[in-house]
Design a binder for this molecule. Structure first.
Ligand SMILES: [Zn+2]
Length: 147
């Protein structure tokens, strides 16, 4: 049995919404995804990479479209002590220097310090997403994961 999750992460990988919004955000998520068996809100020290692992992150170069999933795994392993300090790097495909935060994750992965998730197969409609964005003070990426 696979599990479906929706993950909400801020567009800015460094952004953490004010602590006094967290309880309300979880309550809204419970309201929006009432069938969800589990809802989590996590805050991390530094932007971590979140993807569904071997189910395929779908990581592409935003400049030339090259599949960079394997390259990113290796790069993160090599740079794990410092990647959040220096996320700019040369793309292996087109040799342009960009931030790994700006790779194209095709809504299957991302970097973040803040994660709000629900075990739910149902995508939040845009008006619910907008309500959470207003509460948390940021634009959110909605990521769909099947684990
Ligand atoms: Zn490229």
């Amino acid at each position: 049995m696979s599990e479906n999750w929706i993950w909400l992460i801020p567009n800015d990988p460094h952004y953490v919404p004010p602590a006094d919004t967290h309880d309300r955000a979880k309550a809204l998520m419970e309201e929006f995804a009432p069938e969800s068996e589990e809802i989590n809100l996590e805050v991390y020290e530094k932007p971590g990479y979140f993807g569904p692992g071997e189910n395929g992150e779908g990581v592409y170069c935003p400049l030339c479209g090259e599949d960079l999933e394997e390259w990113l795994d290796e790069w993160l392993e090599r740079e794990k002590e410092s990647y959040w300090l220096n996320p700019e790097t040369k793309m292996p495909c087109c040799q342009e220097t960009i931030s790994v935060y700006n790779l194209d994750f095709s809504r299957k992965a991302g970097f973040t310090r803040f994660l709000l998730d629900a075990m739910s197969p149902n995508v939040l409609p845009s008006e619910q997403l907008a309500e959470l964005e207003a509460l948390l003070g940021c634009e959110l990426n909605q990521i769909l994961i099947r684990i």
